[in-house]
Design a protein around this ligand. Structure first.
Ligand SMILES: [Zn+2]
Ligand SMILES: [Zn+2]
Length: 501
């Protein structure tokens, strides 16, 4: 008897140290242009737990999401219409990422979405439903690799597989349905409605990529590939800042002239420069074409803004440097004290990294050593900068989430946690505490409203049944939540309606 009592007590009081609630499953393809999408990851995670997707998401995420409409969708056992934003650049997506990161203790799930690049885009860049290359799927399977669906397939406007030059499919060939991103029966590579395998190895007629699609690939492949290692995230001011620099440093005398050059309406361009609006992808296509730079190069890589091939005549491919030229470039980089890695220099000047190492080992070593020392200094400065921004965030009212901090400041989450683990934790804890308090506050307000309605009905001699009460509430959906149905039950009991409940 005593033992049993002890057992109960023990289980109740035992605090299990924080560890991941869900398996810490590794995402596929991170750091490549074919990084997995968040929904593909969720599907594989559900499979590894042997759970249906709805069971996994609706049951375990519910206390962690902060948006009422997502929570309400979960309560009804579904995902709601906002689910189409899950892989994109949107607050909805951030909710899912942050819940999943908490449950799996992973720090890299943000990169399975387009959220790192929210600063560059005016709208969600992901389409409405799943798309897939049947040949890629079949290849993964027949090569014994784990099947997954890369994020790049879902980008709006990308309709071709650049590896196989075939059209991506967006309807199940068996049941003809379009496939939502998440579904109770979702299994990657399969139709969620009829379970049919979506891969195929017979070659269909190959198709050529349109110029616009080539632009989309040149835009999104580097964005997806490089999201993981970013030193900073472009903020919403980035586009205005860059366009302004390009205009000034290339001696355009007015916005009118600059707009004419791009063949873009002057007011639009002026709005972009002044950060009042962001260009659509189609407008970015025009800019990128004219400057002969990819969106990643233009808005992310450090550029010498003057003279960036402004006439658009220089060809993209230059020939490789000779050995003698490589030596010159190495010496120049060392003498000019440029803080640059050999890898980056070889890319910039267009020579082979291996040829440089083979022919000039000591020059390469010197460049590397200088780069390392410089980086140490930079690291210290960087930590200082991150510390300051985190401390400023701790002063903000109301507190903001860590994800929001990252988006506002352009500091990737991984960097903040690496450089300033303690301050990062403070920011996270402060927000969690705030969120819990807000939730409790909201609960008390609704509880009070329910009570008042019940008393009012009771006073007027009307039986406060759940439907009657519901009709009088400011939001009839309150009773979807069990906790509010419990409030109603308790109040009715207090009023002596016990037997009827
Ligand atoms: Zn393919
Ligand atoms: Zn189907």
């Amino acid at each position: 008897m005593n033992d049993m009592k002890f057992d109960n007590l023990f289980l109740d009081k035992l605090k299990i140290p924080p560890r991941s609630t869900l398996y810490n499953l590794e995402p596929i393809g991170l750091g490549t242009p074919y990084a997995e999408s968040l929904t593909s990851y969720i599907s594989r995670l559900s499979q590894s737990h042997n759970l249906k997707v709805t069971t996994l998401v609706c049951k375990t995420f519910t206390t962690l999401v902060n948006k009422e409409y997502i929570e309400q969708a979960f309560q009804t056992g579904g995902f709601g219409s906002s689910i189409r934003y899950i892989n994109g650049n949107s607050p909805v997506s951030l909710e899912y990422v942050s819940a999943l990161e908490e449950l799996t203790t992973r720090k890299d799930l943000l990169y399975l979405t387009m959220n790192s690049w929210s600063g560059l885009f005016s709208k969600n860049v992901i389409g409405d439903t799943r798309k897939w290359c049947p040949i890629c799927l079949e290849e993964l399977k027949s090569n014994g690799k784990e099947v997954y669906e890369p994020l790049i397939w879902y980008i709006k406007g990308i309709d071709t597989c650049d590896r196989h030059q075939v059209k991506l499919e967006d309807k199940c060939t068996n049941c003809g349905k379009k496939l939502q991103f998440l579904h109770n029966n979702l299994i990657v590579g399969h139709c969620q409605y009829c379970s049919v395998w979506l891969g195929r190895d017979n070659q269909k007629n190959s198709t050529n990529l349109s110029e616009y699609e080539i632009f989309l690939f040149n835009t999104f492949k580097p964005l997806i590939e490089n999201a993981l290692g970013l030193q900073y995230i472009p903020t919403k001011w980035k586009i205005g800042h860059v366009l302004n620099k390009v205009m000034k440093e290339n001696n355009f005398i007015s916005v009118t002239q600059f707009a004419k050059y791009f063949d873009i309406h002057q007011t639009m361009l002026s709005n972009w420069i002044n950060n009042k609006a962001k260009p659509s992808i189609e407008s970015m296509f025009k800019i990128s074409n004219k400057l002969n730079l990819s969106i990643y190069e233009l808005f992310y890589c450090n550029q010498n803004w003057s003279n960036i091939n402004i006439q658009g005549k220089k060809s993209f491919k230059r020939s490789l440097l000779s050995v003698k030229e490589i030596e010159n470039e190495l010496r120049k980089a060392i003498n000019d004290k440029r803080n640059i890695s050999l890898h980056k220099l070889s890319n910039e000047k267009n020579f082979s990294y291996m040829t440089a190492k083979r022919n000039f080992p000591s020059l390469c070593e010197r460049l590397k050593a200088a780069y390392k020392t410089n980086n140490k200094v930079e690291e210290i400065l960087r930590k200082d900068e991150i510390d300051k921004k985190l401390m400023a965030t701790l002063e903000l009212e109301p507190p903001i989430s860590f994800m929001q901090f990252s988006i506002n400041t352009g500091i990737p989450i991984v960097n903040a946690k690496r450089y300033s683990p303690e301050l990062s934790k403070k920011v996270i804890d402060r927000y969690l505490k705030f969120r819990a308090e807000e939730k409790a506050k909201r609960f008390r307000v609704i509880e009070e409203e329910i009570r008042n309605v019940i008393f009012e009905l009771d006073r007027n001699g009307i039986y406060p049944g759940i439907k009657t009460v519901q009709k009088k509430l400011s939001d009839p959906n309150y009773f979807i939540k069990k906790e509010f149905r419990t409030v109603w039950e308790i109040e009715l009991e207090k009023l002596g309606y016990k037997n009827k409940v």
